[in-house]
Design a protein around this ligand. Structure first.
Ligand SMILES: NC(=O)c1ccc[n+]([C@@H]2O[C@H](COP(=O)([O-])OP(=O)(O)OC[C@H]3O[C@@H](n4cnc5c(N)ncnc54)[C@H](OP(=O)(O)O)[C@@H]3O)[C@@H](O)[C@H]2O)c1
Length: 327
């Protein structure tokens, strides 16, 4: 049985052509209806991620234009499709992986398959949940699924002030690891407060020697693979796992690939979208967030009609944590 929401029209942020933030417009569109295995979520918060800009720019494909972007959502269930057992109307939920091949969350409502969402405990507010969803799932896949980081290992997180980085620091610390990170020096105290025991200014000339002197790395989470491929091999300890997540340009290389053999370094490049069960990961993250173990830092909140400015800021501005769009 399908329970339909009472709403029939809603506001959504769409791009009608690919381009910069100014191609985003706030449009009146039909509210989605849930297909089999989906719910419709009344959006309370969406988060802002670099990947949203890649779809907008056309670097990543979209199924049609105009298109509603937005990966992360938190809100309440407004309608439930056939085949959905585990979610009911008015349930608090959060999710990620939207806006990839299907309309996203920069809207008053979004349809979501149940494997991309999880129940949200009362202790976690909607903005925090949206902010945590994509970056938390990414950090989880990197540290737990791919690296299997062990307590007492040293985890090096590149870009510790960023969306993924500041959550990866907290998750690695919660797993019992010693956490080192690269970041702008102005964020040292913030990142130490999140659990980093060493924060290395990424502009320093002796960065590689400093990381090695501090014990090297058993696990590396690399958000800038184009810059750090050789660096990671040089600072890695024997048996290290290097998890590649992000890159700013499309090429990267080793100067000396040979050292990877002696150390038997494992490289794993990943996409959060490939996670087997995003909903299950989100459930674990919600629990950690409710217990205060892994909490997103929200640097700025924007209204729906300010989404273009939020997407400009996520790429161009420097800050610790996440930007969110709240409704
Ligand atoms: N594969 C996946 O599944 C996946 C998932 C999520 C994200 N990503 C990708 O991962 C990257 C990071 O995502 P994000 O959401 O964390 O982005 P973000 O919030 O924009 O953070 C990027 C961070 O990198 C820092 N940074 C810039 N240059 C650096 C350098 N040379 N060394 C160390 N840190 C540096 C920035 O610090 P300053 O501001 O101080 O320069 C900023 O804090 C993006 O490319 C994104 O597309 C991939």
């Amino acid at each position: 049985m399908i329970a339909l929401s009472k709403l029939t029209a809603m506001r959504a942020v769409r791009f009608h052509e690919h381009g910069g933030p100014d191609v985003l417009t706030v449009d009146e569109v039909d509210e989605p209806e849930p297909e089999y295995g989906e719910v419709v979520v009344d959006v309370e918060a969406a988060a802002v991620n670099p990947v949203d800009t890649y779809f907008r720019e056309g670097a990543y494909p979209v199924p049609h234009l105009p298109f509603i972007g937005g990966s992360d959502v938190a809100g309440t269930v407004a309608a439930v499709g056939d085949g959905v057992e585990e979610f009911d109307i008015d349930d608090r939920v959060f999710g990620t992986g939207l806006g990839n091949g299907r309309p996203g969350s920069y809207a008053e409502a979004v349809a979501a398959p149940t494997d991309l969402i999880a129940h949200l405990p009362e202790a976690v507010d909607f903005a925090d949940a949206a902010a945590l969803a994509l970056v938390g799932t990414t950090a989880w896949q990197a540290l737990v699924h791919h690296a299997a980081a062990e307590p007492a290992e040293t985890v090096l997180v590149h870009g510790g002030s960023g969306g993924v980085g500041h959550v990866a620091i907290q998750l690695a610390e919660t797993m019992g690891a010693r956490v080192h990170t690269t970041a702008s020096s102005e964020y040292t105290e913030d990142l130490e407060a999140l659990g980093a025991s060493e924060v290395f200014d990424y502009t320093r000339d002796d960065l590689e020697a400093a990381v090695v002197d501090a014990g090297g790395a058993d696990v590396v989470v690399d958000l800038h693979m184009d810059q750090y491929l050789q660096f990671n091999a040089s600072v890695a300890n024997a048996g290290a796992r290097v998890i590649g997540i992000g890159n700013d340009t499309s090429s990267g290389s080793f100067d000396d690939i040979g050292i990877t053999k002696g150390k038997e370094i494992r490289y794993q490049f990943m996409s959060m979208y490939n996670a087997d069960d995003i909903g299950a990961v989100l459930e674990r993250l919600a629990d950690l967030c409710a217990r205060g173990e892994v909490e997103p830092v929200i640097y700025g909140a924007y209204a729906l009609d300010e989404t273009a400015e939020a997407q400009r800021a996520v790429l161009e501005d420097s800050f610790v944590g996440k930007l969110v769009v709240t409704l």
